[in-house]
Every structure is written in C-alpha cells, then in structure tokens.
Design a protein around this ligand. Structure first.
Ligand code: SF4
Ligand code: SF4
Length: 375
C-alpha cells in the first residue's frame, strides 16, 4: 500500500498504487435541484453504448429516487453499514476509507451484488421519506421529501475498481483521467464489480467480461460533452476539467463551482476514492441525510445555492448548464450575459442571466383562442 493525498478527506490515506494524477482530470457537476428523473440520460447512454446482448441490465447511467431508490439494490446502504463510523472533524475525515478497512488479504472493502439485485432499476421511485399529513405546509427543509440522484462512473482519482483488478485490466488515461477497462485483458473475475462502491462496473454474462461507463471518451476527444449530458432535458449537467484545490482557476466553470464557491460536492467522499462527479445538493432535504451522502460541507453549499438569486455570477453559471454541445473550459459574466468560451477565449455560447417573461392575454383576439397563464 502507498500513502496518497485525498483533498476531499483533508488527509492522506492508504491506496494500492502511488499517487499519480493525470495531466488533466475530466469531471462534471450535476445540479440535483433541476433533475426531474425523466431518464433521458439513461436512454441516451443505453441506446449509444449498452443496447447489445448481455447488456440488458447494464445502466452505465441511472437515475434513482432517494431515500429508497438504489440500483443495484442497496448499493449504498450495504457498504455504509459494513464500513462502520464515518465521522468528520473540521473538514477532516476521521473514519476509515474502503481501502483502509479492507479485510486481511484483500485490497478493498466491498461486496458483489447478486443477479437479483439488478432486477429492479426503479424500486422506490417517487416514494417519500414520510407520510403526507393533512395540513402539512411546505417549509425548508421539507418534512416529507424525496429527490432524484443521477449516477454515472465517477472516474475516480483513486479508483477502487482499478486497485482491485488482479489482471491490471483497468487503467486511468494520463491525458484526461478517464477510467477504462481493457476488454482484451479482462478475464471476468469480477473483483472490480465487488470493489466499486458505486457499483458502476457491470458483468456481461455473454462475453464473460466486465464493462463500465467510458465517459464518452470518443466525444471528449472531439471537444464534445457526453451523450447523457447533451440529452439531459433538465439541463442539470456540465462537463469540464477539474484542478486540484491549490491550482483552482475561477475562470474554469468546474473549479469555480467545486473549489471557489464550494457549492458542488462529491458523492460519498468518506469512501476515499476522490470521485470526479460533483453534485449541487437538493435544498429541500434534511441536512443530516445530505451529510451522509455528500460530506460535512453540505449546509454551506445549500445556503450558497439558496443565495444565488442575489449572486449573478453563480446564478449565471448555473444557467450555462446544458446550453452547449461543446465542452466549455472557460466562462465569464458580462453584465446580464454569461459567456462560455474555449481555452483561447473564443466564444462558444452566450446565455441571458434573466429570461424575459411574457404575459399573454387570456383571450387572444388575433388567433381567437383562450389561454391560461401559470400563476
Ligand atoms: S466509480 Fe467505480 S467504476 Fe468508476 S472509477 Fe470509481 S471505482 Fe471505478
Ligand atoms: S458519460 Fe457516456 S458512457 Fe458514461 S454514462 Fe454518460 S452516456 Fe454513458
């Protein structure tokens, strides 16, 4: 085991290989306040990459309803129970990661789902965290709640799948940090399926090998965002490159959201993988639940997001999500416009900070039709 630094934990930790960061790390931010669980992302990935035989239960992208939804079944709660206490103090993680808690003779603490666990992709869909009683009023956070959690592979800085593979079939690309699985080397031992805590490696029973999300690397190489991003109806996703905190650049949209404003957080950082998909937490959910999912900085992130109405930079950058097919590596606000740019400053896209509101007459004389306006 090597000793590596994990900035999400605020400390060093044990990992199977020495620290070796890519030249650039491809990353993403998802705004959970905007996801409507339409599953367009799920289908975009399915029809692009996993519509073949043996891939029927493979969802490289899935959207599940929290608190009860999970695909495969209990992917999160089972491991969190195995891991034991997960406490933080002053931003530093005091518990054990899944590498530090590995049983003797194993590289990672993990478990392998049964076939049955993949049979119910939508269990718990839209099940609330409580009974809606008569007279209940809406306040923040909501007494009764659920929210949607879209998930892809996190292209982790310290991938558990890579650490666990006895064949060395899984590798992290030096040019962009995308984690890929070499089908030619894989012998189907499924150690990666057992090790990935997010359960984002899937076994193909027909080929006898494992497969996973490839972060649409052929599109990345053309400067384009992934399929599940550009097909997202809610415009909740933004792809780009993330720096380590000490090199954060506010002109880089991902750095701005993660490092500068700290409004986007990693999923289950306590596991120790330094995942590279970041989430803006839902503002209507109790903080205790969110802290378990996104770590100790949730309350600040929620408050920052709630204040975005008086914060034109943050509100504007959130408007930029889902507005371009190209990857947007730089951005700036110019009065009431948000401009997404190439590295060299060339404009890719421009969106208004405030969209105009049109109130239409209830009866339109010109077309002789009656209309309703939303209140
Ligand atoms: S999310 Fe899982 S499959 Fe993806 S890189 Fe991390 S450990 Fe590997
Ligand atoms: S990034 Fe590409 S491969 Fe990964 S889940 Fe999205 S569409 Fe599928």
């Amino acid at each position: 085991m090597a000793i590596v630094y994990n900035w999400q934990l605020g400390r060093t930790m044990s990992y199977w290989y020495p620290e070796h960061r890519p030249q650039r790390q491809y990353a993403a931010v998802f705004d959970l306040n905007k996801c409507i669980a339409c599953q367009s992302c799920t289908l975009a990935c399915k029809t692009t990459w996993t519509s073949g035989k043996g891939q029927e239960y493979m969802l490289w992208n899935n959207v599940e309803s929290k608190p009860y939804g999970s695909y495969p079944l209990a992917w999160d709660s089972k491991l969190l129970e195995m891991l034991g206490p997960q406490t933080w103090k002053d931003g530093k993680y005091l518990g054990r990661t899944i590498f530090e808690a590995a049983p003797a003779g194993e590289r990672v603490l993990g478990w392998r789902p049964d076939d049955y666990d993949y049979a119910f992709p939508n269990t718990g869909e839209d099940d609330c965290a409580g009974q809606v009683e008569r007279g209940l009023a809406l306040n923040l956070p909501h007494a009764v709640w659920f929210f949607y959690l879209p998930r892809i592979c996190n292209h982790c800085t310290y991938p558990a799948c890579l650490a666990a593979c006895p064949r060395g079939s899984i590798y992290k690309r030096p040019e962009d940090g995308i984690v890929l699985l070499d089908q030619g080397r894989c012998r189907g031992y499924r150690e990666c399926v057992k090790a990935c805590p997010y359960k984002k490696v899937f076994f193909n029973p027909l080929t006898g090998t494992s497969e996973k999300c490839i972060f649409c690397f052929p599109k990345r190489e053309q400067g384009l965002q992934p399929q599940c991003f550009v097909n997202c109806i809610g415009k909740i996703r933004l792809a780009g490159y993330i720096s380590v905190p000490e090199s954060a650049n506010p002109d880089n949209p991902i750095d701005y959201l993660v490092h500068v404003r700290k409004v986007a957080l990693p999923l289950l950082p306590q596991l120790g993988l330094e995942p590279n998909v970041y989430y803006i937490p839902p503002v209507h959910v109790p903080v205790r639940f969110l802290e378990q999912l996104f770590g100790p900085h949730v309350q600040t992130a929620v408050q920052t997001y709630l204040n975005a109405k008086d914060d034109p930079d943050l509100a504007g950058l959130i408007q930029l999500f889902g507005c371009a097919e190209k990857i947007v590596p730089r951005w700036k606000r110019q009065n009431d416009w948000i401009i997404g740019m190439e590295e060299d400053g060339a404009e890719i896209v421009r969106v208004p900070l405030r969209e105009p509101v049109f109130e239409r007459p209830l009866f339109d004389e010109r077309f002789q039709v009656a209309r309703h306006n939303c209140p």
